[in-house]
Design a protein around this ligand. Structure first.
Ligand SMILES: Cc1cc2nc3c(=O)[nH]c(=O)nc-3n(C[C@H](O)[C@H](O)[C@H](O)COP(=O)(O)OP(=O)(O)OC[C@H]3O[C@@H](n4cnc5c(N)ncnc54)[C@H](O)[C@@H]3O)c2cc1C
Length: 412
């Protein structure tokens, strides 16, 4: 009697748990390791759109996600005096998702839903990471951070944009393409004036500010600014807060309150936005998935949907073939065009969306007003509707017998 082929997934964010769910369905023996000591609850509002939503529905999780909806009813652009410039309400969307999608959820809540959906057969190990990877040709020997060495048929790296294990295996071919923008996210106290809109301010000096509702009685705030180099790298928490205060000084609206809120926030998350570009997402028995493979950043949008889609597509092709490397190639061929489309930013983005001058801000405000007109809205919705594959999702075969051979070495 054989055993199911063993797969190690690293990272329990969005891609990791989704992959664990589908790989288990496909008949693999799945272990997930996560560097953090517990599931990371943090993160702001994220959305599931396009093909990712189709996969979520195949998992039977659309309702669970809807129940944790942040309650956002649309996106509103403001000027510095607090006057609404333009708005995109969810109600007025005609079948497609606009800037605010129908399925908006806190990142931590989605991660928990995906973990909870996994069957008990999936093993979870927190506080662990990969120390070394040795491809044996028919599998991978993994040295874990606690010194233990384990063998698997496949290693799936789902560690997010800053993946350390990707750097171990793909250092010679992965490229980080910086967008020249910092994003700082944090949770602040909800104030009486906070409503159910995603309230967005574009301010001179290449700065963006936003406030979003959540479903747990607080408000999620964001401060973005352009920076030609990663100026915050290596700074301590208090120094980062001081730089943010200086960068956003002099702005009215809700900005002083956000800066005070960030001073107290324990979940401040700072990201120097960068796309990950990797000419190949697999090497031997190691495969990249989610942001670790193709981070699109919130500027491109759709990272969560791509992570969920990729998890299914990977498991589906692995379920269809006994040849792991062929399955990984097919996974990559299927995902590549969808990812490239999501990573392709219009010329000048994100600079164009964060003007330096008052005149630039006025022009952009005029642009959002134009885009909000009913005659143009459907175009905006098409542009923001999220990663949509042109091809059908591959079939995920029913769970094979445990005695089935998957690896070319005849492990059974
Ligand atoms: C704390 C946090 C907050 C975020 N907040 C936002 C947000 O507000 N807005 C937004 O658009 N996107 C946010 N993101 C990114 C967003 O979750 C991803 O773009 C998207 O969901 C794709 O998910 P992923 O699973 O590929 O990566 P991630 O969601 O980044 O998950 C990667 C996971 O791998 C773990 N990990 C990292 N290195 C290792 C290692 N060496 N070994 C084991 N585990 C490792 C991380 O702790 C994390 O749990 C956030 C990510 C994190 C981790």
């Amino acid at each position: 009697m054989g055993t199911a082929p063993r797969v190690l997934v690293t990272g329990a964010g969005i891609a990791g748990p989704a992959a664990a769910y589908w790989l288990d369905k496909a008949g693999f023996d799945v272990t997930v390791i996560e560097r953090a000591p517990t599931l990371r609850p943090g993160g702001q509002n994220i959305d599931v759109r396009g093909t990712g939503r189709e996969v979520l529905s195949l998992m039977g999780l659309e309702n669970a996600v809807r129940e944790r909806n942040t309650g956002e009813i649309g996106t509103r652009f403001y000027d510095q005096n607090g006057t609404v410039v333009s708005e995109f309400g969810v109600d007025e969307q005609e079948g497609q998702d606009g800037p605010t999608a129908e399925l908006e959820i806190l990142r931590g809540a989605l991660s928990q839903i995906l973990v909870d959906a996994c069957p008990e057969s999936v093993r979870w190990r927190f506080g662990q990471s990969v120390g070394a990877v040795a491809d044996t040709g028919s599998g991978v020997d993994i040295t874990l951070s606690d010194g233990r060495v384990d063998s698997y048929e496949l290693l799936v790296i789902a560690e997010g944009v800053g993946s350390h294990t990707r750097d171990l295996v793909f250092a010679d071919q992965s490229e980080q393409r910086a967008l020249g923008m910092y994003a700082a996210y944090g949770t602040i106290e909800r104030a009486p004036q906070d409503d159910q809109w995603w309230n967005f301010l574009i301010a001179p000096g290449s700065r963006q500010v936003s406030l979003r509702p959540d479903d747990v009685g607080t408000t999620r705030a964001m401060l973005n600014f352009l920076a030609d180099s990663p100026v915050l790298e290596g700074l301590g928490d208090q120094e980062v807060r001081a730089v943010l205060r200086e960068k956003f000084s002099g702005l009215g609206w809700e900005v002083p309150r956000i800066l005070d809120g960030f001073a107290a926030a324990d979940d401040l998350y700072i990201d120097y936005l960068r796309q990950i570009v990797c000419p190949s997402w697999h090497r031997g028995r190691v495969v990249l998935l989610g942001d670790a493979a193709w981070c699109v950043t919130p500027v491109g949008g759709g990272g969560t949907s791509l992570a969920i889609t990729g998890s299914y597509v990977l498991a589906a092709f692995l379920s269809q073939s006994d040849d792991v490397e062929e399955a990984l190639t097919r996974y990559e061929e299927w995902m590549r065009p969808v990812v490239e489309e999501a990573q392709h930013l219009p010329p000048g983005v994100p600079r164009i969306a964060a003007p330096r001058t008052r005149t630039g801000v006025k022009a952009l405000q005029w642009g959002t007003r134009l885009a909000a007109r009913p005659s143009v809205r459907s175009l905006v919705e098409r542009l923001t509707s999220g990663p949509q594959a042109v091809q059908d999702l591959p079939t995920l075969d029913r769970r094979p017998d445990p005695g089935r051979t998957v690896s070319s070495t005849g492990t059974a």
